[in-house]
Design a protein around this ligand. Structure first.
Ligand code: COA
Length: 355
């Protein structure tokens, strides 16, 4: 049976009849992700995705669906950032396992690249989970750290289309069972913080008196996170963007737990770490952690992670596991995570094609 592609617009709400095709689109996304990871522990609800999948002033998102006889069997998402032209477009393509090998994936990737070109982006990036269980030869990342299975369908499609593997991310999971004792042991083996630094914490939106600091940290994150050979441009944040970001995250129903470290002499925040809690869901997500360059080497990253994890244990006892994504070459961060008890559960390839 032939397939056709059309654009999907995220609806105003999930209750109306126009939500149907968006829900079908999300179902494809989630089914493919669970199939690759072998678990639905991290599967988001449509209500969590809706605010993220809408376009906003700093992130434009286009969604395509592939249908066969009225059934949605594939989807693609194109993400560009109008603020940072030239930084490239992120593309992602999913096809349900029962409908593969009929050209749908290729058609969705073609249409995604065309949509990116139409807004002036000629660097195409794909950040994609690959099944860790696929046997056979591996393709190594040029960073020297991490590899992906050559026989994986996504790997094959991307290689055929001229994409180059630039980076491998490790997906890890932290079991909260027994974590309280592991955190205590880490705390007692970590040298004291001293008078120069003070750790703060909050839950929910950024406190008003820290908006400028957090904007500066998020701007640093856009250039300081290891990106291997992936195209990136500095992404400037200001207080207004932090407020808009916090509001959008709150509208997904998520609660962000933040720990931050203040450099006491300058009163500036010089690092932060965030864990996103999904009320009612057993899995939380460790998001950004950053210590700005001048203040590294003092175990501040470990302190920040311990503080955020402790906050989650105290305030959200329903959380059973915390998932995180790290560049395989980011040894200092992996050291911190491994010390806390994070264990690898999967991998993600960072691919790029200069079109
Ligand atoms: C990769 C994926 C999108 C391909 O979808 P599809 O509809 O099967 O794609 P096509 O029919 O256009 O196949 C294109 C090429 O992909 C590769 N491919 C697809 N399935 C494959 C498999 N099971 N094993 C090895 N290669 C495969 C082949 O090179 C294939 O070309 P061929 O059939 O001429 O040999 C689909 O397998 C999928 O959703 N995988 C999980 C998500 C993913 O990895 N997405 C790609 C990166 S965004």
């Amino acid at each position: 049976m032939t397939f056709s592609l059309h654009q999907v617009t995220p609806p105003e709400s999930l209750d109306g009849p126009d939500a149907e095709e968006f829900l079908a689109y999300v179902a494809v996304r989630n089914a493919v992700e669970a199939d690759i990871l072998g678990t639905d522990l991290l599967t988001p609800d449509a209500s969590e995705l809706l605010p993220e999948f809408r376009s906003n002033p700093t992130r434009r998102r286009t969604h395509l669906a592939a249908t066969v006889g009225g059934e949605t069997v594939g989807r693609a998402m194109i993400t560009t950032r109008p603020h940072t032209p030239g930084a490239g477009a992120y593309l992602t393509v999913d096809v349900l396992p029962a409908h593969r090998r009929r050209g749908i994936g290729t058609a969705l990737l073609d249409a995604s690249e065309a949509a990116a070109r139409a807004v002036g982006e000629t660097v195409f990036k794909v950040s994609r989970e690959h099944s860790a269980a696929t046997p056979g030869p591996r393709i190594a990342a040029p960073t020297g750290f991490g590899d992906v299975p050559q026989a994986d369908a996504g790997v094959q499609l991307l290689l055929r289309r001229g994409y180059v593997l630039e980076q491998v991310m490790r997906i890890s999971l932290l079991d909260t069972h027994g974590l309280v004792d592991r955190l205590e042991a880490l705390r007692s083996s970590t040298p004291p913080l001293g008078d120069g630094y003070r750790v703060h914490g909050w839950q929910g939106p950024t406190p008003e008196d820290r908006l400028d600091d957090v904007a500066a940290l998020r701007t640093r994150m856009s250039v300081d996170a290891p990106m291997a050979g992936l195209q990136a441009e500095p992404d400037p944040w200001d207080a207004e963007r932090v407020v808009a970001h916090d509001q959008r995250v709150a509208s997904t129903g998520h609660v962000v737990v933040t720990s931050a470290v203040e450099h006491v002499p300058s009163r500036a925040l010089v690092g932060f770490s965030e864990i996103v809690v999904r009320p009612g869901h057993p899995a939380a997500t460790q998001e950004d952690t950053l210590v700005v360059r001048d203040h590294r080497g003092r175990r501040l990253g470990l302190r920040l992670k311990i503080a955020a994890a402790q906050h989650v244990l105290d305030a959200f006892p329903h959380v059973e596991a915390v998932a995180t994504w790290n560049a395989e070459e980011n040894r200092p961060m992996l050291d911190v995570n491994e010390a806390m008890g994070f264990r690898p559960i999967g991998l993600e390839g960072g691919w790029q094609r200069r079109g």
